[in-house]
Design a protein around this ligand. Sequence first.
Ligand SMILES: [Zn+2]
Ligand SMILES: [Zn+2]
Length: 356
Amino acid sequence: MPGASGKTYEMLWDCQFCGTAKLLGKTHRFCPNCGAPQNPAARYYPSDDEKVAVEDHIFVGADKTCGSCGQLNAGNAEFCQQCGAPLAGAAGAKVVAAQTRAEGEAFQAGAPRDVTREAFDAEMQRVGVQKKKNTGPNWTLYAALGVVALVVVGIIAALLWTRETTVFVSGHEWSREIRIEQYDNFTTQSWWDAPPMGDGVVRGLCTQRQRSTRQVPDGEECSTVRVDQGDGTYREERQCRTRYRDEPVYDDWCTFTGRRWDYERSVTTSGRSLRETPAWGVVTLNCASQARVGCEREAGREEIYTVIFTGDENRTYRCPFPQAQWQAAGIESVWSVNVRVVDAGAADCNSLKPKN
Ligand SMILES: [Zn+2]
Ligand SMILES: [Zn+2]
């Protein structure tokens, strides 16, 4: 990240030829003991005790390895300093994954790298000798998910699958309901700013109660991150973000009293054949519709007409009808209807058609 703040330190590397350990990634481009060139793949992070700062570091990009002679070059070099080959398109040095630690903890040293071993493992993996680690797509999981999806689709399709069948009318039912409300006193509780509907509503006692939660800033959470820059150095920086905690928000929870119309009772009538003509029940209202405590009023009527059909294997199906069509659906008359194949108990009432 160009322009990023933080301090810069040397990565470490071990010479794989003479065994000299903890060489500096930027300072020691060659092993000071045997002269072997630094292998960028062998770099690792030092522990906090071992770290060596790089002053006035100018980051010019990750090192590039010459494709012709293998020489390690600076990130901004255009030609190999060893053999002169152009470096455009040369591979950048591989970097070690960034590390993060909480504030107050120390970084451990990265494990010294056994480059030969890593190269061997990679080659074995390439030719398929070693079992691949869990990095690629998990085909077993995908296959299992695919089977589950197929089963779900299959179940839905089976439930939607219907066939036409012949049924006959075997019964009729009707019911009528008149709902009655009563004007009465009520007591209820609510937030102070949300009073209930009604007449003469009065707010009574209120108590404090938690109504919601808000997030308030509560200090900072900081961590230190070190990032391999690929040029033999790494950058270490502090990253902080605001921490939040939940704080309850209190408000007034109040008792309200007043008067209003509330559901009280129903007058219902019902029948089980065409011979009983549907009729509304007799309603007697106490001081009808006056806004006085104890008075009653009508609050709506509902009527339901059901035709009962019988089909194969004595299965019965119930469908709602408008009153006129219910009346006209004579007993024993023959109809066709779509029923579900899997769950034969369910009929699609919209598909009903009279048969001659
Ligand atoms: Zn060496
Ligand atoms: Zn070269």
